[in-house]
Ligand binder design. Sequence first.
Ligand code: SAJ
Length: 453
Amino acid sequence: MGNEFRKIAVVGLGYIGLPTATMFAGNGLEVVGIDTNLGIVNKVNEGKVHIIEPDLEDRVAEAVKSRKLRASTTVEESDAFIIAVPTPFKGDHKPDVSYVDAAASSIAPVLKRGDLVVLQSTSPVGTTLHIAELMSKLRPDLKFPSLGDDVADVHLAYCPERVLPGKTMYELVHNDRVIGGVHDCCSQKAKALYKLFVAGECLETDSKTAEMAKLTENSYRDVNIAFANELSIICDKLGIDVWELIRLANHHPRVNILKPGPGVGGHCIAVDPWFIVDSAPQEARLISTARRINDSKPEWVLDKIDEALKKLKAKDGNGKQSVVVCLGLSFKANIDDLRESPAVEIVELLASRHSCDIVVVEPHVESLPSRLGKVSNVRLSSLSDALRVGDIFVGLVDHDVFKNIPLNNLAGKTVVDAKGIWPTGKSASGAEGADSAMAAGNSAGRSPSRTGH
Ligand code: SAJ
C-alpha cells in the first residue's frame, strides 16, 4: 500500500495526542492538531509544549518550524483523524466518554469517502462501534463500518497507546501496537498509517479485542500491585520485612512480585480497571477487589503515621508537637506529575486529622498543588530544611534524591517508609539510631538502608 495519507488531524493535544501528532509530522505528513483549549493551541503554534516529557519540546519546535505541524481549535478536512481525548470516570466509577463523543461529532462534518478514523483514547469495550453509529447519524450520506457488514466509505479502528510517561517519545516508536479495525480492511488501513513511524510490530485484531487489550494491560498491573500491597499489610501484621520477603521470593524462576507502595496513582492504572468492572460488574471480582485494595492503601499508611505520632507523644510526654516530613508528592519516582497521586491524598488526610506541622519535600514542583496550598499546617520545603526540623519522616515517593539521603541524617528520627525508599536488610549502617520504618512493609525495629532494590 503506497502512502495514501497526505494530511492527518489529531484531535486532543494532551499527553498522547501531542507526541503522536509530532511523530507523524516528523515523518513527513502534514499534521493539524486540534484542541478546544486556545492556550494549548497558541503554545503549540509557537513551537512550545504544555506538558513535561523528555525530548518532546525540541521535536514540537522542529515540526512547527518545518511547517509540518500546526494547531487549531477547529477540525479540518484530512485523510485520517486520530482521536486522543481524555476518558475519565465519573464519581460512581462509570466511564465518561463525552469527550470522545464530542471529538467524533466534530470530525463527522468534514469526513469524505476513503477517510480513516482512529480512536486512541482508553475506552470501554464497544466505544469504537458506538462512534460509528454516532457518526453515521450525523452523516447519513456516508456508509460507516458495522459488525457483519464490511462495505464502508469510512474506515474505523481502535488503536490503543501503551507508552510509559517519561519514555513516551522512545516507546511510541519502539513498542508493539494493537490495531483493532471494525473490519480487516480498517485494520489494514490503520496499520499502514502507524507503520509510517512505528518500528514495533503492529498486531491486527478487531476493535472490541483492542479496546479490551488496553484495559487488560493496566488491570494486570493493578492486580499485581494489589498483591504486593496486600502482602505488605500482612507482613506488617506478622512482623516480617516485606522487602526482604519479596526479594527472596523473586529469586524463584517464575515469581516476579511488584513493589508495594502508598497506593496507585496516575491517570491510567487507577482508572482503567473500573471500565472493565463497569462492563462486567458480577464477573470482574478480582479486578474490582484489587482496585479497592490499592485505593485503601493511603488510609493504611495514614494509620501507620498515627501510630508513630502516638508513640512519639508517649515518649516525649506533653512536650512539643512532632513535625512530620512527607517525602514526595508525585504519583511515581522522578517525575513532576501529581495526578491521582496517593502521596497528595495522604498529606491532605494527615493535615485534616492532625494539627502538627507537616513539611512536604517535592523537589520536582515549585509550589504545592491547590488542594494543599491553602492548608495552614502544610508547607513545601527543601530537603535540607526538612532534615533539620523533622521528627517523623514519611517516605511516599522513591525519588532518587531521597534514596541518596545520607542515612546518618535519619539517626534518632522515626521513619515510616511507605515506598521502600530505604529497604531494610543488609546495610543499615548509617542510621543505627533511627526508630525505624514501620509502614508499607518495613517491619518495626530495623534500620533504614538503601540496599535491596
Ligand atoms: N506502582 C507500584 N508498584 C509497582 C509499580 C507501580 O505501587 O511495582 C505504582 C506507581 O508508584 C504509580 C502507579 O503504580 O503510582 C502507576 O505507575 P506505573 O509506572 O505502573 O504506570 P503509569 O501509570 O506511569 O503507566 C501505565 C503503563 N501501563 C503498564 O505498565 C501496564 C503504561 O505502559 C501505559 O501506557 C500507561 O499506564 C497508560 O497510559 O495507560
